[in-house]
Design a protein around this ligand. Structure first.
Ligand code: UT7
Length: 332
């Protein structure tokens, strides 16, 4: 019997309707379109405005899009992994609610938290369940309502993040397509540089933490940028080396969309021309766990069976890594 590999067999996505442009941000904080575009590549982002709707709403829409497009019966799904940094609430697992709402009544589910690398690490996790032979359909969703943890008076963060969700279905493949290799890394040195101070077990919520704005994301951008540029490029180069891939062999880079300059540096180290790099940061900003699957959603029609795809991400913790996958289908 040939070895089972874990292939992506369907893709879906969702972004909310409300568009927060650089021009609108200019009226909210001391910033300008030119600075944002040249320093980050972002022109606009989507925000989930409706009260009472959280990350689960985004995740459900993305999952439904996938189910509809691929004609998948939710009852056939064995497992739902929700990659997120912004669960609906602590304790009650958001992925479980999402699974129930989409009708995945035979699945078990949990949330996977690794900041901006959540989806990448989720791909690794989903692939292992498939490769074990025990599960046939694993739905991996990356979703974040970043607007729920951003201070719209802090220009260092509010210009970067947006809301969105993407989903992929993993299934067994016997042609050798799907996940080939991964190189995942973490380092606790990153903890002070990208975090939310309060609301966790160290500093529970209080009137004081709210007054001090400690429930919002803090980012020391310059330090994170330095680590992200060198580490994302390094792991991407490493996975190519390890698998004997040159720039010509790689059809696509799917990079985390945190900053266009980080993406360009990674592509350059991999010897990839711009047209092989998936980019949608201009439209959505940094949607944290949703950047990679939203890229797949936007570029799906251009992907061909057998394409060599390298995924790369970097996020809080620090967490980062790369993953090499062979695309399993032609979408046209
Ligand atoms: O996804 C998780 C991982 N996150 C990342 O990978 C993000 C990594 N970091 C970055 O992308 C960048 O560091 C930022 C986009 C956050 C910031 O860009 P930067 O080029 O590192 O800017 P900086 O923080 O070094 O600031 C440069 C200047 C400063 O002014 P002075 O001190 O040189 O006078 C800032 O005060 O730009 C100023 N500045 C702004 N100006 C206009 C900072 N934010 C803004 C702003 N608008 N929004």
């Amino acid at each position: 019997m040939s070895k089972i590999t874990a292939a992506i067999t369907a893709v879906g996505g969702y972004v909310p309707e409300y568009v927060l442009t650089n021009q609108i941000l200019e009226t909210m904080v001391d910033t300008n379109d030119e600075w944002i575009v040249t320093r980050t590549g972002i022109r606009e982002r989507r925000i989930l405005k409706e009260e009472g709707k959280g990350t689960s709403y985004l995740a459900i829409q993305a999952a439904k899009d996938l189910l509809e497009k691929s004609n998948t019966d939710p009852k056939d799904i064995d497992m739902v992994i929700l990659a997120t940094a912004t669960p609906d609430m602590p304790v009650a697992v958001t992925g479980v609610y999402v699974a129930s709402e989409i009708g995945a009544v035979n699945a078990f589910s949990y949330d996977l938290v690794a900041a901006c690398s959540s989806f990448l690490f989720g791909m690794s996790t989903a692939a292992k369940y498939i490769e074990s032979g025990r599960y046939k359909k694993v739905l991996l969703i990356g979703a974040d309502k970043m607007s729920s943890i951003i201070d719209y008076e802090d220009r260092a963060t509010c210009i970067i993040f947006g809301d969105g969700a993407g989903a992929v279905l993993f299934e067994p493949n016997e042609e050798g397509l799907g996940v080939q290799d991964e190189f995942l890394r973490t380092d606790g040195v990153g903890r002070p540089h990208l975090k939310i101070d309060a609301g966790g077990s160290i500093l529970p919520a209080s009137a004081e933490t709210v007054a001090n704005k400690q429930h919002y994301v803090f980012q020391d951008g310059r330090t994170v940028f330095k680590f992200a540029v060198s580490n994302m490029a390094e792991v991407s180069e490493k996975i190519m080396e390890r698998n004997g891939l040159s720039g010509e062999d790689v059809h696509w880079l799917v990079p985390h969309q945190a900053n266009k300059r980080i993406i360009d540096a990674t592509a350059s180290r991999m010897n990839l021309p711009e047209e092989k790099v998936m980019i949608n940061i201009d439209k959505y900003g940094n949607t944290t766990s949703a950047t990679l699957p939203l890229c797949l959603r936007d570029y799906e029609k251009q992907l061909k069976k057998g394409d060599n795809i390298v995924f790369a991400a970097f996020g809080g913790g620090f967490t980062w890594g790369s993953l090499y996958l062979k695309w399993a289908y032609n979408s046209n």
